[in-house]
Design a binder for this molecule. Structure first.
Ligand code: BES
Ligand code: ZN
Ligand code: ZN
Length: 498
């Protein structure tokens, strides 16, 4: 169910909602509207002092309004500095929505903070959707929310024109596209297997048919016929067949467009295969299609925005299971590119699926390829769970992604493709082996992928850390996060202009 978001010039004092949310600049909680409302609620001022609420970024104070205004509860959220940018506004609205959700509010109004921030309503709408997100597919009866947050009004204190309404609406639609990534990651692996993900993409493409989105799926049979033997190898141990999903966005009537290709790792469950992972924590490997989820969500967002570029989303999808027919360490396969690959560890399955998907991507002769993958534990060891790490074969692309991350507020860090480590992938038996040793594990994985992109300008993003979260933070909710999608939209903007 989509969140109803409106922009209105209504007075926050007379607007009848369950929760009224206000941003407070640090040290200014006694001034402005917040000061007036707090003053009207008996004891609130003393309580703020006791809780040391000063408006520091992320601080939250919630109280009843005791009838002083039409809203039932008042929610003050610390903004920190008054120099607010898009990401800060998004974070503020997400925090408000998460708390409203926690307070069982069905409706909330948010007073648009500051004055003259360009497109404030756009970012607030995004934050509200991302913070309000819940995944309740498997909750029944009393375990399901009775009164989910359904309505958010953004109060502008001014007359509202149609441009403002449209910018809020586009913000909502982009954020809803991001929640597709969360839904896909959160879906149980018995429901989301490769062919189910392909069906999902076909349905999505139907929804956006008029916006220029289409979807084709290479079935297992076609994968074999084409010689995508690495995708086949990874899927061999599962009764669920592997697929290659190809989403394509092409705006009608436009010529000389840049061609951009996004590729996602879609391992719907990663047991490790014959090199079986330990049991504790293995359930999290339902999220091993986080890169695919990002790719699919990005394509939905692209279909909403309709930019002037030809954009492809490719997902290599398989389930990595142990079985009598599983691939094994020591096996050698001829990849789709023609290079032979020696298998070292069946738990390093993602790079194999990506190798064939990346080669398929190069056949489109694109201007740019980016892949997204929950690729290595080594990346999580390096950067923790809030940053994705990325690699590129072009310095200017690495810079462009850094700038895009600055604009989106999402955290990504550039890591080097260390040439000395390439030797670790030399194989005694085949053209290349697919795993080095423990040291620099995220880098050798990236170097392996590089073998399959030729000279195409390319970025590899390892999203293993932030793709799933065990807690709510920033604009993210527990479970799948969609971390990265907003940044890739910024990057697309840049690539179109450059
Ligand atoms: N899906 C995992 C990587 C992963 C780890 C994602 C933690 C999210 C959280 C990947 O397929 C994997 O198992 N990689 C191995 C590679 C190793 C065998 C070379 C790893 O990182 O241990
Ligand atoms: Zn694995
Ligand atoms: Zn994996």
């Amino acid at each position: 169910m989509s969140l109803n978001i409106s922009v209105s010039g209504a007075d926050p004092r007379t607007n009848k909602v369950d929760v009224l949310a206000l941003g407070v600049v640090e040290g200014r909680h006694t001034k402005d509207l917040a000061g007036e409302l707090i003053g009207a609620i008996g004891g609130a001022r003393a309580e703020l002092r006791r809780f040391d609420f000063t408006g520091k970024a992320g601080q939250v104070y919630e109280t009843t309004t005791a009838g002083s205004v039409k809203a039932g509860r008042l929610l003050l959220i610390g903004l920190g500095s008054d120099e607010l940018d898009g990401p800060a506004l998004r974070r503020f609205a997400a925090t408000a929505a998460r708390h409203a959700k926690g307070a069982r509010a069905a409706s909330m109004s948010i007073v648009i903070p500051g004055s003259g921030i360009d497109n404030a309503e756009h970012f607030l709408a995004q934050g509200a959707v991302l913070g309000a997100y819940t995944f309740e597919r498997y909750k029944t009866g009393d375990n399901a929310s009775k009164r989910p947050l359904a309505k958010v009004a953004l109060l502008s204190g001014d007359k509202v024109n149609s441009a403002v309404r449209e910018s809020a609406d586009l913000g909502r639609r982009i954020a809803e596209a991001v929640t597709r990534a969360r839904d896909l990651v959160n879906t149980a692996p018995n429901d989301l297997y490769p062919e189910a993900m392909a069906e999902y993409c076909k349905e999505m493409a139907k929804t956006y048919k008029d916006n220029g989105l289409s979807c084709t799926v290479l079935t297992h049979k076609q994968i074999l016929a084409k010689g995508m033997n690495l995708i086949d190898a990874v899927g061999r141990g599962s009764t669920k067949k592997p697929v290659l999903i190809h989403l394509k966005y092409k705006p009608k009537g436009k010529r000389d467009l840049k061609r951009l290709v996004f590729v996602g790792k879609g391992i719907t469950f990663d047991t490790g295969g014959i090199c079986l992972k330990p049991g504790p924590g293995m359930d999290e490997m339902k999220g091993d299609m986080g890169g695919a989820a990002n790719t699919i969500a990005l394509m939905a967002a692209v279909a909403e925005i309709m930019p002037d570029a030809e954009i492809h989303g490719i997902v290599g999808s398989a389930e990595n299971m142990p079985d009598g027919d599983s691939y094994r360490p020591g096996d050698v396969f001829t990849s789709y590119s023609g290079k032979t690959v020696e298998i070292i560890n069946t738990d390093a399955e993602g790079r194999l699926v990506l190798a064939d998907a990346l080669h398929y991507a190069t056949e489109l002769e694109p201007d740019f390829i980016m892949d997204n993958a929950t690729l290595t534990g080594a990346m999580v060891v390096s950067l923790g769970t809030t940053y994705s790490g990325y690699f590129s074969n072009r310095d200017e692309l690495a810079e462009a992604l850094k700038a895009a991350s600055g604009r989106s507020g999402e955290k990504l860090w550039h890591l080097p493709l260390i040439e000395e480590l390439r030797d670790k992938l030399k194989s005694k038996w085949a053209d290349i082996k697919h795993v080095g040793d423990r040291w620099g594990g995220a880098i050798t994985a990236a170097l392996f992928l590089r073998e399959f992109v030729g000279d195409t300008p390319w970025i590899h993003v390892d999203v293993a850390g932030p793709s799933m979260s065990d807690k709510d933070y920033d604009i993210y909710t527990r479970g799948g996060t969609g971390h990265g999608v907003l940044t890739y939209l910024q990057l697309i903007d840049h690539l179109i202009q450059s």
